[in-house]
Ligand binder design. Structure first.
Ligand code: DGL
Length: 272
């Protein structure tokens, strides 16, 4: 069995393109419809009510585009609204980005101390602590919000002093506590991997959720018999929809896609 329909990927803005890159690396035949709510991004400093309201509208619209699976690429949305989105889109399988990274970290922590970094909303919800406790209640979880990381990545400053100083500011407590794994709990943080690793040292393992989520999507498509029969060409058939085409969008999007410039289209999500 196979299914050539696209996978839908919903994101608050552009950071979820890190997941697009991993999906195309792992499953080059899959075509995607990426929908980023750039009009309302960033979501990470917003209230739960706003995140839920915005993301339900976007996810439902994407679900109507004949997709075979919906992936919520944003950690903030996955932390706040995944269950409600799954209920709203009914028969379409939905996966988020929290559990895949959690499963990988739980298997790797010898000290049973995991750090999680993300937006203020993601850390505030304790979604990671709850997910980890549901697998192993003995593991201690330490969350750290890193609100400067998203603008640093979008300004292409992930390899500059401002990134290194921010990483020191945010991460020294986690190092002191003695975590042996840190989950990168935000779509943008894959681009800060080297800077973060340089700050925390090699004793601490970093888990990039984009990678683990792409693997989980592949496993689920395989189990459901809905992998795309094509072996290549998924990227060129993919669509990149955004709610606002601001002047820096294509440049910023290409940062996440190894300088591949996607053709972007505007989509209207209705009045809020
Ligand atoms: N996509 C968000 C996340 O993964 C980061 C950007 C935002 O705050 O909207 O948490």
């Amino acid at each position: 069995m196979s299914d050539s329909r696209p996978i839908g990927i919903f994101d608050a803005g552009i950071g979820g393109l890190t997941l697009v890159k991993e999906i195309h690396r792992l499953m080059p035949g899959e075509n995607l419809i990426f929908l980023g709510d750039t009009l309302r991004a960033p979501y990470g400093g917003r209230s739960d009510d706003a995140i839920l309201a915005f993301s339900l509208i976007g996810a439902k619209q994407l679900a109507e585009m004949n997709i075979k699976m919906l992936i919520i690429a944003c950690h903030t949305i996955s932390s706040v609204a995944l269950e409600q989105i799954a209920v709203a889109v009914k028969d379409i399988p939905v996966i988020g980005v929290v559990l895949p990274g959690v499963r990988a970290a739980v298997l790797r922590t010898a000290e049973k101390k995991i750090g999680v970094i993300g937006t203020s909303a993601t850390i505030r919800t304790h979604a990671y602590s709850k997910a980890i406790a549901s697998i192993d209640n003995d593991i201690k979880v330490y969350g750290q919000a890193c609100p400067l990381f998203v603008p640093i990545v979008e300004e292409k400053l992930y390899d500059c002093d401002v990134a290194r100083i921010s990483a020191q500011l945010y991460l020294y407590d986690l190092i002191d506590i003695g975590v042996d794994c840190i989950i990168l709990g935000c779509s943008h943080y894959s681009l800060l991997m080297e800077t973060i690793q340089g700050t925390v040292g090699t004793r601490i393992q970093l888990l990039d959720s984009a990678l683990w989520t792409a693997k989980e999507a592949q496993d689920l498509l395989t189990a459901l018999g809905t992998l795309n029969p094509q072996k290549n060409g998924g990227f060129s058939k993919s669509r990149f929809l955004f709610t606002d085409l601001h002047p820096d969008l294509e440049m910023q999007a290409s940062i996440f896609l190894d300088n591949k410039m996607p053709v972007v289209d505007k989509v209207y999500l209705g009045v809020l």
